[in-house]
Design a protein around this ligand. Sequence first.
Ligand code: SF4
Length: 198
Amino acid sequence: MVLLDLAWRTRLPFRVFTLDTGRLPEETYTMLETARQRYGISVEVVTPDPAETCAMVKEHGPNLFHIGPELRRMCCNVRKVRPLDRKLQEFDAWASGLRRGQGRTRAAVPKVSENAGRLKLAPVADWSAEKVNAYIKEYDVPVHPLFEQGYTSIGCAPCTRAILDGEDERAGRWWWEENTKKECGIHFAPDCSDGAYI
Ligand code: SF4
């Protein structure tokens, strides 16, 4: 939401899209509507291919992510990575709210990178959690309803929990998996094949 607020204050034209995996918590839809009302914008909702999702669920069941890391990555691929890839075909550049302080897998996130001729921006890559919170307070930015319950990184409902004292910001994502590989693949290859964690 900080990224959206920053973009909105530039008064330059921009588009906002979000991935609806089909497994999001109800509070995220509330947040989506809050953003629409607060900023007076349209939010483009990107959904997985129904045929791919049906085939995956038919073969492996709805909760395949608990069977093992390969099937977890398959679910993320079908519900997130492939829909995002399709959506990005419409853009020459896009921005995300990645921050280096979110955990080890994001420690070296560049502010600007390029992939297949498309620019990827991370304007708040060098912001600390304290700076984010100060910005939210100063500009009265809407906050996800789950944030105050300890959800410092929010994804799909069955794969997200609140963090415990002392845990890093993304500890509540796929908490049953090894910490160094906890990415869904929309920013880095979850199997580390792109070298993002080295
Ligand atoms: S976060 Fe969980 S439910 Fe969501 S796409 Fe990934 S494995 Fe599937």
